[in-house]
Structures are given as structure tokens and as C-alpha cells.
Design a protein around this ligand. Structure first.
Ligand code: FMN
Length: 193
């Protein structure tokens, strides 16, 4: 089972990097698999520590994929890596073992601390739609424009029916990223004529 979280890592020079990342659990360890190349991968190699942040703020998922990476953070308890200020909970991780792979190395991590901050108040379809939309946006360079357009149209239903203001804003950022992409933007314009 893979769950989607926001990972915070530290660059060699101490800069905080925030990005959405899937994770899975295996033998009481957390497994992270950042693609080659990515900043998260570089950071985990430079400093083998991370924080997994669990948040329902869809803006962070959409924002990180559309150049809006500056989200408020707070100090963690044991880790030098800060956690998201808006996290419902966070886990502080230390890399224990790295399994090398040319496209997707795996980092198996021990959990140093698990901290809860606020209650989970239920699923929201628009938040799930933003997460799905953000995944589409992360793959614009190799997905077909017709597929992206049709999946975004379907996801839009959940936005229209169930979104609050943060989800609407997050969705607008994703739609803007599609419109500005050379291949996908041209397709959308062609479709509307
Ligand atoms: C919900 C979600 C899950 C993601 N999971 C992963 C992942 O497991 N591994 C990965 O390399 N990128 C993943 N991505 C894509 C990265 O967030 C994105 O490509 C990022 O810009 C590249 O990583 P970087 O910021 O560390 O350079 C995911 C994106 C989303 C929206």
C-alpha cells in the first residue's frame, strides 16, 4: 500500500526542501523511492534524515508541483529537519539502508518520532482530486494531452461538488500548469475552438 505525504528534507547547505512523495511501510520501516534525478534524492544522499508530513492541505500538493514551495515550517522534536506547520501529524525519519536502483533508489528509514497535531476530520473528494491532478501535472512531459484533458475533466466534478476555498485555489494552480505547458496548453486551446 502506498500513501501520499509531503516530505521535508535538508540540502547539504541546510536549505529546506518540501515536496509530495509516496511512501510505503515494510517491516516497521518507512520506504521512500524518489526518482533520479530529484532534489529529494540529492538531499537524502547528502543528509540521510527526513520528515513525513501528513496534511489535508491540498494547496501544498498542488503548490509544490507548480513552483510554490515556500510553506510554513516549525522545528521537529528530535530531527534537524523541520516539519510542516500545517501538518495533522508528522513522522521523523532516519535512513537506515539504501537500495540502489538506476531510476528509483529506495531509502529504508527508521521512525525516530511520531507526533500528532490535529484530528483527521474525514475524506474530502476535492482534496483527493487535487492529489490525483497533481500526479498528472508531475507527468505532463510524457502523458498524452487527450488523456490529461479527459482525466482533469473527470476530477473537476469532485472539485465542483465538494471543494472549499483551498481546494479551488489548488485546482486553479493545476489547471494553469496544464494551460501553460507547450503541448497540453496547445491541445486545450485546439479543443475549445
Ligand atoms: C501525490 C504525489 C506523490 C508523488 N510521489 C513521488 C514519489 O514517490 N517519488 C518521486 O520521485 N516523486 C514523486 N512525486 C513527484 C514529485 O513530488 C515531483 O516530481 C518533484 O518535483 C520532484 O521531486 P523534487 O522536488 O525532490 O525534485 C509525487 C507527486 C505527487 C503529487
Amino acid at each position: 500500500m502506498i500513501r501520499e505525504a509531503i516530505i521535508t528534507t535538508l540540502a547539504a547547505d541546510g536549505r529546506v526542501h518540501i515536496t509530495p512523495l509516496g511512501y510505503r511501510e515494510q517491516d516497521e520501516r518507512v520506504v521512500l523511492a524518489p526518482f533520479v534525478p530529484s532534489t529529494t534524492l540529492e538531499n537524502l544522499r547528502a543528509r540521510p534524515v527526513a520528515v513525513l508530513n501528513f496534511t489535508e492541505d491540498a494547496r501544498i500538493f498542488a503548490g509544490c508541483l507548480t513552483g510554490r514551495r515556500d510553506w510554513p515550517v516549525l522545528p521537529s522534536t528530535l530531527s534537524p529537519v523541520p516539519r510542516l506547520a500545517g501538518a495533522l501529524a508528522h513522522w521523523e525519519l532516519a535512513v537506515e539502508r539504501t537500495i540502489e536502483h538506476p531510476e528509483r533508489p529506495q531509502f529504508h528509514c527508521r521512525v525516530l518520532a511520531r507526533v500528532n497535531h490535529a484530528a483527521f476530520t474525514g475524506f474530502n473528494r476535492a482534496q483527493a482530486a487535487v492529489v490525483e491532478g497533481a500526479i498528472l501535472i508531475s507527468r505532463l512531459d510524457w502523458l498524452e494531452p487527450s488523456q490529461v484533458a479527459s482525466e482533469m475533466r473527470y476530477l473537476q466534478i469532485a472539485i465542483d461538488k465538494t471543494a472549499g476555498e483551498p481546494e479551488r485555489l489548488a485546482w486553479a494552480w493545476l489547471m494553469e500548469a496544464v494551460a501553460q505547458h507547450p503541448r497540453h496548453g496547445a491541445h486545450a486551446q485546439g479543443a475549445s475552438v
